[in-house]
Design a protein around this ligand. Structure first.
Ligand SMILES: Nc1ncnc2c1ncn2[C@@H]1O[C@H](COP(=O)(O)OP(=O)(O)OP(=O)(O)O)[C@@H](O)[C@H]1O
Length: 331
């Protein structure tokens, strides 16, 4: 049984299609990052998983239960940190937590949950109306963890968190995964996603345009590695004539080379040395998730490969829109 299984999921608001024929399988125990620009359809998809709205077409199941028809069974097993959660200003943090524990028939110690998200017991005794934004976010995360859920659904969990809070969140995600919990979360903080996710899915204009590991996305996007050579002097060498080098920009004393073939880096170093230059420094950079995000969400043609249709670690039968241009994909 999958953690999440989404099949042909479409949601229309009047004439507007918010999500369009989304297919996705997230395996149990997987940490899955759900990405996309503003308005791409992430919250709409998550809301369908939470049974907040009926799909126009298709279906979504969570831990084997239909998200719409078996809402209560789903809710009992999952922890939710939704976008725009409601907290009650007059109630204390501890009262919120006790409510969350009771609603799951849980046995958690509220003080331990507070500690887990980095809130003091004294914070827990204060009314939530006095909380800062980050404290509210920590409390909402603690509420999602109540009742030892089998699946965590987190919409922008790092919103409002300071760097210590983000690190704590990452530790919690890893601890939960080690305990067998499936974690599905949307985030615009790509460094955080990169740090904890097994795979990511990228939404664009309501469609799921990529599902893969970050290494897989790098391969499919044919994204360039960067090689920065600090040379004394910068030689009169045409680095772009090296097979695999895409661009070579000189900003004395640095030559910044973008290349698609790993071998090109070694050749560039040998050519520079052969021209009599002393190599003062060498740096290489792989494309970051932010670079990949840009490639998948702003370029006219969505990167694709034979394997880009795989939307599950064990399933190669997905329906990612390979070879599809944005114009063709838009409704
Ligand atoms: N209740 C609604 N009524 C009408 N349109 C809606 C509604 N909810 C969402 N939409 C539209 O659906 C599209 C997807 O919105 P959604 O909130 O899912 O995006 P998102 O990827 O979560 O964006 P963000 O990163 O800004 O949170 C947007 O064009 C939005 O305007």
């Amino acid at each position: 049984m999958a953690g999440i299984e989404i099949t042909g999921l479409t949601k229309r608001y009047g004439e507007h299609t918010a999500i369009d024929s989304v297919n996705l399988v997230v395996e149990k125990g997987e940490v899955f990052g759900f990405l996309g620009p503003n308005g791409a359809g992430k919250s709409t998809t998550i809301n369908q998983l939470l049974g907040f709205a009926h799909p126009s077409e298709g279906s979504a199941s969570v831990l084997g239960h239909d998200a719409t028809e078996e809402l209560m069974a789903v809710r009992e097993q999952i922890g939710i940190l939704p976008e725009g959660y409601d907290l009650y200003p007059r109630l204390t943090g501890l009262e919120h937590l006790q409510f969350a524990i009771d609603s799951k028939d849980g046995t958690d110690d509220p003080a331990a949950l507070l500690d887990r998200v980095g809130l003091d017991y004294e914070d827990g005794q204060r009314r939530v109306g006095e909380y800062s934004k980050g404290m509210k976010q920590r409390l909402a995360l603690a509420m999602a963890l109540a009742g030892d859920p089998d699946l965590l659904l987190l919409d922008e969990p790092s919103s409002g968190l300071d760097p210590t809070g983000v690190r704590r969140l990452q530790e919690i995600v890893r601890e939960e995964q080690a305990a067998g919990t499936t974690v599905f979360f949307s985030s615009h903080v790509l460094g955080h996603v990169e740090a904890v996710c097994d795979r990511v899915g990228i939404m664009r204009d309501g469609q799921l345009v990529a599902v893969d590991t970050i290494a897989g996305l790098r391969e499919t996007a044919n994204a360039t590695d960067r090689l920065k050579l600090t040379l004394d002097p910068v030689p009169d060498v045409d680095f772009t004539s090296i097979p695999g080098v895409v661009t070579a920009e000189i900003e004395e004393p640095v030559v910044d080379i973008a290349c698609v073939a790993p071998k090109a880096k070694g050749t560039a170093v040998i050519r520079a040395a052969g021209a009599g230059s002393t190599l003062l420094d060498i740096r290489t950079e792989e494309p970051s998730l932010a670079d990949l995000f840009e490639a998948y969400t702003t370029s006219e043609t969505i990167p694709s490969s034979d394997s880009s249709g795989s939307n599950s670690p064990s399933d190669n039968s997905g329906t990612s829109p390979a070879q599809q241009t944005i114009e063709e994909g838009a409704e």
